[in-house]
Write a protein that binds this ligand. Sequence first.
Ligand SMILES: [Zn+2]
Length: 247
Amino acid sequence: MEELILNSGTKAPMIAATKYIEPIYKDGMGMSPDPHAWMDPLSSVQYIKVIKESLIAKFPEYSDEIITKHNAYKAELFALHDMISIWMDSIPKEDRVLITSHDAFSYFGRRYDVKVLPLLGTSTEADIESSSVKKLINYIKENRVKAIFSETTINPKVLQQIAKATGASLGLPLYADSIGDEGSPGNSYINMMKYNARSIFDGLLGKIAPNDFYPQSFGDEENGSFAFIMLGVIFIGLFFGVILKLQ
Ligand SMILES: [Zn+2]
């Protein structure tokens, strides 16, 4: 990520928005942390704390406004967290299993006590191994998992096949590496998180009948660190909105 920023030629200071987040490290990734921290709304509370502090350091004359905006958004994030907690807590513990295309939900799972079983690792670039597919099919059958979840930016074909082979339904596709387009149900960070949690809630409680609702197109597969940068850009954009309004 640093390389990408350096290559952009920017002279702006580089600040790690993840400073206060306890990373999750994955096998086979060496010391690289799982980049999907934004799937936990309380991680986002930590992102905006860093952004607030950095903006106040740069624009001390706008401290009051920055703090007001920050506190308002923080309250929205806590309300979001409360809502997701209620939904996840109402799923029986043994049914709280999230099967997705790639490993983007570990922070979500850590926060809401949901077991996460992705088909792929944290990067979407690897090939799907048939042994992973078999393992998942067995797990779904043995544990009577009610729903599995494709993702908006990954071809859902293999998950469709797994759903067919096991009788599990396919929940509405989740946003994992990117928010949705304008007009989509995931058109902001908060809307995206609500939509994801609602899809998981409905799916794992067996409220979604097998369906054929899939996005007509999906984006190019991209790697996790790019997603991580995008998170920073989203939050920074949010707070730059603050500054632009102030000036
Ligand atoms: Zn990802």
